[in-house]
Design a protein around this ligand. Structure first.
Ligand code: HEC
Length: 144
């Protein structure tokens, strides 16, 4: 009865020793690339948040894809520019867009600080500029 128990504990002790010998020390786990990856992840997260804000606060007028062809725009008699066209924002700086979105213009409602903080609004501008690229990417994809 004792023998199998001894064998088991020997295996356990050996297993622990062996695995700690093989396991890489945490600081060996290549810190520089990991930090880079985290920065990328933070960017992805900020863009995911921008997409969320756009979907909730902007898409109702400007459309999920940004082309501005929405029922609400039609009902309100709005002619909205096409965000899926790279030319739309070509002549505008990020600051121009930031200010326009923050302050609103005519029938375009202001996006207050309570709805998007400054850094969120900056990311929203990046997201808006990416809409023309996303559409181009979609168009390049095979349709099946
Ligand atoms: C109630 C409908 C409505 C909503 C909601 C809305 N917009 Fe607008 N948006 C407009 C209208 C109308 C204009 C045109 C304003 C003008 O130039 O007179 C406009 C213009 C713009 C422009 C300028 C386009 C250009 O050609 O330069 C940008 C950028 C923009 N909106 C972004 C946004 C963003 C981002 C949101 C969400 C935070 C948003 N809009 C929410 C109606 C809306």
């Amino acid at each position: 009865m004792l023998k199998p128990l001894l064998f088991v504990s020997a295996v356990v002790v050996f297993g622990i020793t062996a695995s700690s010998a093989i396991a890489p020390r945490p600081q060996d786990a290549a810190q520089a690339p990991a930090a880079k990856k985290d920065a990328g992840k933070a960017g992805d997260k900020a863009q995911a948040r921008a997409k969320e804000i756009y979907a909730v606060d902007c898409a109702i007028c400007h459309g999920e894809n940004g082309n501005g062809k929405t029922d609400l725009a039609k009902d309100m008699g709005l002619t909205l520019s096409d965000f899926t066209d790279a030319k739309t924002f070509a002549a505008k700086s990020d600051q121009d867009l930031f200010k326009l979105i923050r302050d609103g213009k005519d029938k375009m409602p202001a996006e207050g600080i309570g709805r998007a903080k400054d850094d969120e609004l900056k990311n929203l501008v990046i997201y808006l500029r990416s809409l023309s690229k996303q559409t181009a990417d979609d168009a390049a994809k095979p349709s099946n």
